[in-house]
Design a protein around this ligand. Structure first.
Ligand SMILES: Nc1ncnc2c1ncn2[C@@H]1O[C@H](COP(=O)(O)OP(=O)(O)OP(=O)(O)O)[C@@H](O)[C@H]1O
Ligand SMILES: [Mg+2]
Length: 243
């Protein structure tokens, strides 16, 4: 009987129903069917979130457990609650995290991305130098349009470590294209320890850099990170504990 159920479910593309049907208590027909279908729906939601999280390609999974907000100076009219509500994604606004090394910029960007996936959003995390390399490679092999379309389908694009490695002319132009086409269409989270005044060192071209910053900051909340490196403090604490 169970085998037959499995075959029918598979035919109806309800493979998981066959397995879940045995996990629900029976009181009456309607209650039983409702509870089985609810279980199927919640299982699918869990699988969808897992898939979105996998596809985002976070270097590590981070949550807000243990995250310290004290290095952040908030812009006027924007606070922690608003950030965590992820309303900026609905409004297609950007979050720009600027400031000192080891103060939690990448951690924040990742935890926001993971949270966005849990709300069903399509997210992709890139270190800027990796995105630049991938865009250049796709350009070289004639697959750039496909990649740009994939990027445009995202709700949230995270660009980590802007300013750590300078870009050549082609990758600067390709990155400019990505940022320009995201404008008012999707949200970006950008992290950098270079103040805007020095971004031309990164992109090499003053005019392109000015146009890029202009698009990025127009609909953005800029969070400023200050203070000593918590990465360093954590390493020292661990050394102390183990020593
Ligand atoms: N605000 C924070 N709250 C909790 N832990 C933190 C915080 N900031 C840094 N850490 C610890 O330091 C590590 C490094 O932080 P993170 O990579 O986010 O720094 P960053 O600001 O991106 O630095 P960088 O400019 O060097 O890229 C984290 O994985 C975490 O262990
Ligand atoms: Mg970082």
């Amino acid at each position: 009987m169970i085998d037959e159920l499995a075959v029918v479910c598979k035919g109806l593309r309800l493979g998981d129903l066959g397995k879940l049907a045995t996990q629900v208590a029976f009181e009456n027909e309607i209650q039983y069917l409702t509870d089985v279908l609810k279980l199927v729906a919640s299982n699918r939601e869990v699988q969808r979130i897992e898939r979105l999280t996998r596809q985002a390609k976070f270097p590590v999974i981070k949550t807000f457990d243990g995250y310290k907000f004290h290095p952040i100076t908030w812009p006027t009219g924007f606070d922690k609650e608003q950030l965590l509500s992820l309303d900026f994604i609905e409004k297609k606004k950007n979050i720009i995290c600027l400031g000192a090394v080891g103060t939690g910029k990448t951690y924040l960007a990742t935890a926001l991305g993971v949270k966005a996936c849990s709300k069903g959003k399509k997210v992709r995390f890139f270190r800027l130098s990796d995105l630049a390399a991938e865009l250049t490679e796709k350009h070289r092999t004639g697959n750039l349009t496909k990649m740009l379309k994939q990027l445009q389908r995202l709700d949230l694009l995270i660009l980590d470590e802007v300013g750590y490695i300078p870009c050549d002319k082609l990758s600067s132009q390709l990155l400019f294209n990505v940022i320009s086409s995201s404008y008012e269409q999707q949200s970006l989270i950008v992290t950098s320890n270079l103040q805007f005044g020095r971004w031309n060192e990164m992109f090499g071209d003053d005019r392109l850099t000015a146009a890029l910053i202009d698009r990025l900051v127009h609909r953005a909340y800029i969070l400023s990170f200050t203070g000593p490196s918590l990465r360093y403090e954590e390493a020292m604490r661990e050394k102390h504990l183990s020593g």
